[in-house]
Design a protein around this ligand. Structure first.
Ligand code: COA
Length: 158
């Protein structure tokens, strides 16, 4: 499958504060009690360093989202992926990959050297997606999501 574009009938657009409630609902569907809170999502949506994206179907429903952020660390400009969510009934259609590729394009355009992200070590769908897009798993972060819940840090040069 070619992930450069989303599947036909799905549009990827910039998200805004107007999408907060729907984004929060989607985040809860994807992560339950581990979802970002509404106030963190709000901060991410209004932060000028953020790149908030949404995937919308032909009926105008929100079916996916991704939020990235430009960060300067030690004089280097990085793109960090904060969220990547696809509505459960729209998975395995290339939407997650298309959202991530769009974020990567934006990061590249804004001068980022690489993309960094964290993912729970047991999140097989996300790990498979990142591997399929060329991410390298560089370290394991102990207790990153709470006691006994480790993460991998993954990176991709742009
Ligand atoms: C991870 C997630 C975003 C993937 O979204 P998606 O739209 O289903 O992914 P895509 O259809 O673009 O998948 C692209 C590739 O990733 C891999 N992949 C995705 N889901 C997979 C799964 N459940 N099992 C194995 N591989 C998977 C496959 O290689 C897939 O290609 P293929 O379908 O041709 O085999 C989605 O499962 C999700 O929202 N999960 C809950 C939230 C989450 O965990 N987000 C990531 C946080 S780090």
């Amino acid at each position: 499958m070619d992930y450069a574009s989303p599947p036909r009938s799905i549009r990827i657009e910039q998200a805004s504060l107007d999408d907060l409630e729907e984004l929060y609902e989607l985040e809860r569907k994807c992560f339950g009690g581990d979802a970002y809170t509404r106030s963190i999502l709000r901060l991410l949506l209004i932060d000028p360093s953020s790149i908030p994206l949404k995937a919308v179907n032909a009926e105008g429903e929100l079916v996916g989202s991704a939020i990235g952020r430009i960060e300067k660390i030690g004089g280097r400009i990085l793109g960090r992926v904060y969220t990547l969510d696809v509505r459960p009934d729209f998975r395995r259609r290339g939407i997650g990959a298309a959202l991530l590729k769009r974020l990567e394009e934006e990061f590249r355009r804004l001068g980022c050297e690489k993309v960094v992200l964290e993912v729970a070590v047991d999140n097989e769908p996300a790990i498979s997606l990142y591997k399929s897009l060329g991410y390298e798993f560089i370290s394991r972060l102990k207790d990153y999501y709470g006691r006994g819940r480790d993460a991998y840090r993954a990176e991709k040069d742009l």
